[in-house]
Design a protein around this ligand. Structure first.
Ligand SMILES: NC(=O)c1ccc[n+]([C@@H]2O[C@H](COP(=O)([O-])OP(=O)(O)OC[C@H]3O[C@@H](n4cnc5c(N)ncnc54)[C@H](OP(=O)(O)O)[C@@H]3O)[C@@H](O)[C@H]2O)c1
Length: 367
């Protein structure tokens, strides 16, 4: 069967790494990209830039054509429906979403309404078989100290931010919007860096760990685990499951799981080793300690607005302090490889991710 995949979110971290992976594993698969751009040429430039950051070879970038670019966004369903290039699409890999941890109204509009409208439109395409939706394992809400299973997803879950709430809401509605088209949900845990490129593709969330190191104080118990993965492992899993014909499940965590997650103590120790610092063991402090010491933030974290920094730490504290990991046995039972541990590639992230100030890195996660 000829496979033609429409990818959304190719200019983002997960989408770009997924496309790099798809281009590497299969010459048979044809790709189209939904891109926000004035015209196909501008869209192609955006795609090339983002794939280059995600590690694509020059030859691969040169082989892409502007005919693969469909200009539009998730709200353009009505205009896109009659595009002749879409008529042969068999798979959609939906990596597009507003991922900001802020309170913007566009989060629900895009992640729920526009995504459903887009799913409905593609479900009417004549050759559509599978809609792969990239969700997030963090729809688990605010209940701590657990290993979370894919179906462990109660409707009354309390969320820390509108982003995860919107991702949870749309998951419940997608099947109906897709009708006869198969829905496969892939839920990555926390994505930080890349196992070969470190933080070159993105410094998203890396700054949280950098802050712990620079303050050399952990607001989390050092034996708490955090479920972190590199973007390329997540991308490989999306490509693998997305193209696998027979699947045992419709929802998969992409996660380090309990076995491959790292503790905060291990993470801080890795910073110490890589940065060759002769430091005593880090201290465990309460989150109030950070609040009480905000006048030291510029000394600890470099330039930036201490109020903004405190807000950012508080939000990520909620997630990181949950001490949850995500069961990955479904993914592994499909024959997919075990994940790397964060501490095994963290050194690369440290070497490539400490050039810009912490305050600049965090802005990207709140925009
Ligand atoms: N990174 C993580 O830690 C992580 C963890 C778990 C799950 N995920 C999930 O993975 C997916 C991708 O995340 P990411 O980290 O790659 O995000 P990202 O880097 O912020 O990229 C978001 C992508 O979505 C596109 N987009 C945003 N609004 C759009 C709209 N209205 N119409 C069309 N495209 C739109 C963006 O396009 P522009 O470039 O034009 O803005 C960009 O390509 C999301 O669903 C997220 O929930 C991510």
């Amino acid at each position: 069967m000829k496979i033609k995949i429409l990818v959304t979110g190719v200019t983002g971290l997960i989408g770009s790494c997924t496309v790099v992976e798809l281009l590497e594993i299969s010459k048979e698969v044809e790709l189209l990209f939904l891109v926000r751009a004035m015209n196909e040429q501008a869209g192609l430039e955006r795609v090339r830039q983002s794939l280059a950051k995600a590690g694509a070879q020059l030859q691969t970038l040169a082989s892409l054509e502007k005919g693969q670019v469909i200009c539009g966004d998730l709200s353009s369903a009505a205009e896109l429906a009659n595009d002749p290039r879409l008529q042969e699409v068999t798979h959609v890999f939906n990596c597009a979403a507003v991922t900001a941890f802020s309170q913007r109204p566009s989060i629900r509009q895009v992640n729920v309404h526009d995504t459903l409208g887009f799913a409905q439109m593609v479900s009417g395409l004549p050759n559509m078989k599978r809609f792969l939706y990239v969700g997030t394992a963090m729809i688990c809400g605010n209940s701590p100290n657990r290993i979370i299973q894919e179906d462990d997803f109660p409707a009354d879950t309390q969320h820390f931010v509108p982003y995860t709430e919107s991702k949870a809401e749309v998951e419940l509605l997608l099947s109906e919007a897709l009708g006869r088209v198969q829905l496969v949900v892939m839920r990555p845990s926390i994505v930080v860096g890349h196992s070969r490129l470190g933080c070159k593709p993105s410094t998203s969330i890396f700054w949280v760990f950098r802050m712990l190191y620079q303050a050399w104080r952990s607001p989390f118990p050092l034996n708490f685990k955090i479920d972190v993965l590199p973007a390329d492992y997540v991308a490989k899993a999306i490509a693998y499951i997305g193209l696998k014909e027979e699947l045992a499940y419709s929802r998969y965590h992409i996660a380090a799981g309990s076995e491959f997650s790292s503790t905060f103590g291990e993470i801080m120790n890795t910073f110490r080793i890589v940065c060759k610092e002769n430091l005593a063991a880090p201290s465990e402090v309460s989150i109030e300690h950070y609040k009480d010491n905000r006048n030291k933030f510029n000394e600890w974290f470099g330039p930036g607005n201490p109020r903004m920094m405190l807000r950012a730490i508080n939000l990520y504290y909620n997630f990181a302090n949950l001490n949850v990991t995500f069961d990955n046995s479904r993914l592994l039972s499909e024959g997919f490889m075990c994940p790397p541990r964060f501490v095994d590639y963290l050194g690369l992230c440290i070497k490539s991710g400490c050039e810009t100030p912490v305050s600049e890195q965090m802005i990207d996660d709140f925009k």
